[in-house]
Design a protein. Structure first.
Length: 360
């Protein structure tokens, strides 16, 4: 591993006479918090700020979590460790569905509903494609305008680059910080196209799949594995001319779900119709999530799942780091080129090549 320069602390930009950055401007925050200017703030100040629910400080801590710089990430780890005792008390809800299904409209409707009832809601995203698409999830700041204007809402776009594993790790760590800041409901949004759902499922308590009533091919819209992972399926946009079609789709999904074996939680997945536009069904969905929480807390599954997720993330982090250290090792880098040549000229087998590298 590269040697780290000691005593480099990320900084909080402090304007003359002003205690902190008041306006939440992510670009400015990241630019200043990661620069090595004066007015360093300590881990303690970060933690205090987060525990006080200071959104600017929370945002800066997340920027450290997301930073590509090793020293920032190490600093972030200290903040996270101090926040761990204050974390874990939220309900973490994963929300997925194909683009256009209405995820952000739905999250906005549910989020506003929950905030009106005294909750603090954070919305995060896992979008490993964001590097290519410049942030297809939550990237557009005009989304969730009503929710983002609520004092008790915190909306954070997906980290702007990285592998799925990296993005998932950053999101999992961001959850800890948000919980320490008092957010008691965390939504994790992802696009329903495959791998990222598995990553989301490794960090949420409840997994909600948004679907549209289609023309007879309801079960084709999304990969079967994802449907099986869902704790509840919501047929969204059940309004206007779409109500009848949505009810039909609901029946079809209900029938289909009964054919799946029950998941380990022993929870029978539910199917509901909703409209993020009219608000119909939104409160029912929250009731289901609360019912699930109660059900799994009573059975012990809630804790079992969280413990398993924590262990999974530890092993994932070890795996990622091992790979990184291995491939960035100079001896390996040199030898790998030679072995590649021998492999491609048919002199050695892939397995022999791999073994030689691992034995270096
Ligand atoms: P996302 O890509 O899954 O986040 O989808 P959006 O939330 O951006 O919604 C896509 C489009 O569907 C937008 O034009 C929304 O106004 C519309 N939409 C979202 N929810 C509903 C709903 O419940 N009913 C109707 N009629 N339209 C909706």
């Amino acid at each position: 591993m590269p040697r780290l320069r000691k005593n480099i602390k990320p900084t909080l930009y402090v304007k003359k006479g002003v205690k902190q950055v008041n306006k939440l401007d992510e670009d400015a925050v990241s630019k200043f918090s990661l620069s090595k200017k004066k007015n360093n703030i300590s881990v303690d100040s970060y933690v205090k700020g987060i525990l006080n629910g200071n959104i600017s400080i929370l945002s800066q801590a997340i920027t450290l979590v997301e930073s590509a710089k090793q020293e920032h990430r190490e600093y972030a780890q200290k903040i996270i460790n101090s926040c761990i005792p204050y974390s874990g008390k939220s309900v973490r809800v994963g929300i997925t569905g194909v683009p256009g299904v209405g995820k952000s409209t739905f999250i906005e409707a549910l989020g506003v509903y929950l905030i009106e009832r005294g909750n603090k809601v954070a919305v995060l995203a896992i979008d490993p494609s964001s590097e290519k698409t410049r942030g297809s999830i939550l990237g557009d700041k005009t989304r969730m305008t009503e929710l983002s204007s609520c004092k008790n809402a915190f909306i954070r776009p997906s980290p702007s680059s990285g592998t799925l594993g990296g993005v998932a790790r950053k999101t999992a760590e961001t959850i800890v910080l948000c919980e320490a800041a008092g957010y008691n409901i965390i939504f994790i949004e992802t696009v329903g196209v495959g791998q990222s759902e598995i990553a989301v499922n490794s960090m949420v308590d409840f997994f909600l799949l948004l679907m549209l009533a289609g023309a007879g091919d309801e079960l084709q819209g999304i990969k079967r594995g994802i449907t099986e992972m869902a704790d509840t399926i919501v047929i969204n946009k059940a309004d206007g001319d779409n109500i009848q079609k949505s009810e039909l789709a609901k029946t079809e999904y209900k029938n289909a779900l009964h054919l799946f074996p029950r998941t380990e939680s022993n929870w029978q997945a539910e199917v509901k119709t909703a409209s993020a536009i009219t608000g119909s069904g939104i409160s029912d969905i929250w009731d289901i999530i609360k019912k699930y929480e109660l059900f799994t807390k009573e059975s012990g599954f809630f804790e079992t799942k969280r413990n398993r997720q924590a262990k999974y993330r530890m092993y994932e982090a070890v795996n990622e780091e091992l790979k990184l250290r291995f491939y960035s090792n100079n001896v390996v880098r040199k030898k790998i080129k030679e072995l590649e040549k021998e492999l491609l000229s048919g002199k050695i087998s892939p397995y022999f090549a791999a073994q030689t590298l691992l034995d270096l």
